[in-house]
Each structure stands twice: as C-alpha cells, then as structure tokens.
Design a protein around this ligand. Structure first.
Ligand code: URA
Length: 212
C-alpha cells in the first residue's frame, strides 16, 4: 500500500518480528501446544499500515502455519481485492497462535497466555489501522464485551490507532447476507485508509470511540 508519510514503524520491524517468533519458539505455554500441528505466527508486510486480527487458526491454517488460508481466507482475499489490496499489503494475525481443537472458541486462559505476543506484534508493526474480525478480536482490542453486530460499521479510536470492527469472514460462509455487509464494511475501511493517506494518523487524537 502506497501511503505518504509511511514512516511510522521502525525500519527493523521485520527483525523485531523475527526476534519475537524466535522468543515464542516451540510454544507449550498453554495446552494448545500439544494438539497443534503448526503454530500460526502471522503473515504479511511487517511495516503494514493496516493489520487484521482474527480469532484463531482453523484446520487449514494449523496444517500450513499461515493465517486465513481456508474458505474464510479466500473470502478475505476477495474483500481485500475489492478495495485494491493484496495480502502482501497488510499484516494478518490472530488472537491465538494455535488451533483450538475442533475450532472451539478460545478459552480466557489461552487468550491471556497468547495475546502478549499479539500485543508485541502490534507494537513492532505499529499499524495505523487495525481491522478486528469478529467478536473475539474486537472484544480483546476494544476491551468491551459488546457484540460485533453492535460495533461493526463504526470507527473507534483506541491507543492512537483507528479500530475498525468487521464481521468475521467465516460468518458469511454460513449466512450469505453477511457477505454484503462485509463488502460494505470494507468500503468503509477503504475510506479510513484514504484518510490515513491524507492525514497520517487520523485517530491519534484520543481514546474516545467516534461514530464513523
Ligand atoms: N479464522 C481465523 O480467525 N483465523 C484464521 O487464521 C483462520 C480462520
């Protein structure tokens, strides 16, 4: 993504991520370490202005070690393409780095153990915009329990970043009416990115949620 003033994250963001990956190692900090195939650290541009945060690896991600490579990932690619972006323009990570058995929801203890690594990724990449996909990511980042349906379509300012909550793409695989909402929300996301291109850090002015 060609954004003027793209000088926020440190030039050694890639090194920072490599060091973090090494620190995580063959993680056995929670029980998911015993059941995963591959740890899914995250992927994309270490200096991306836009970061997506999903929930946790599913079966395909667990096998490949990459986020969003299954059906939900295909839809994510289409959504990105609809606003002129490719995966290589953004960074994608998850709340959990290992697959919960049977794709169950992350447990609070797993989230607590794993998210310091996500927070470090956010610190190193220093994205201007974070798009949270679904309830888990949105609740974690915005420190709220309000349902995604009440938060999507709005722009939040949080810790100097723009937060754009969006339905999880997997939700549209079961409910096609959500696909339309997702494409609309990506248009809103593009509008935020356009503001970033014009103003640098449009959400740096406070922590108050604001209506889109
Ligand atoms: N769902 C997620 O939340 N993350 C992935 O990486 C894949 C599916």
């Amino acid at each position: 993504m060609d954004v003027p003033g793209d000088t926020y994250s440190t030039p050694d963001a890639a090194e920072g991520l490599t060091a973090l990956r090494e620190r995580i190692g063959d993680c056995q900090r929670c029980a998911l370490g015993a059941t995963r195939t591959k740890l899914v650290f995250g992927a994309g541009d270490p200096r991306a202005r836009l970061m997506f945060i999903g929930e946790a690896p599913g079966r395909n991600e667990d096998l490949k070690g990459e986020p969003f490579v299954g059906a939900a990932g295909q839809l994510l690619d289409e959504l990105l393409a609809s606003i002129g972006l490719a995966r290589s323009d953004v960074y994608i990570a998850n709340i959990l780095k290992c697959r919960p058995p049977g794709n169950r929801d992350p447990l609070p203890a797993e989230t607590e153990e794993c998210t310091p690594f996500l927070e470090e990724q956010v610190r190193v990449i220093d994205p201007v915009v974070i798009a949270t996909l679904g309830n888990h990511a949105t609740h974690f980042i915005l420190e709220t329990q309000r349902p995604i349906g009440a938060l999507r379509g709005r722009l939040f300012h949080h810790r100097g970043r723009c937060i754009v909550p969006i339905f999880h793409p997997a939700a549209a695989l079961y409910d096609r009416s959500k696909a339309e909402v997702l494409f609309d929300d990506f248009k809103r996301l593009k509008a935020v990115l356009d503001r970033v291109a014009e103003n640098g850090r449009p959400c740096a002015d406070g922590d108050q949620p604001k209506l889109f």
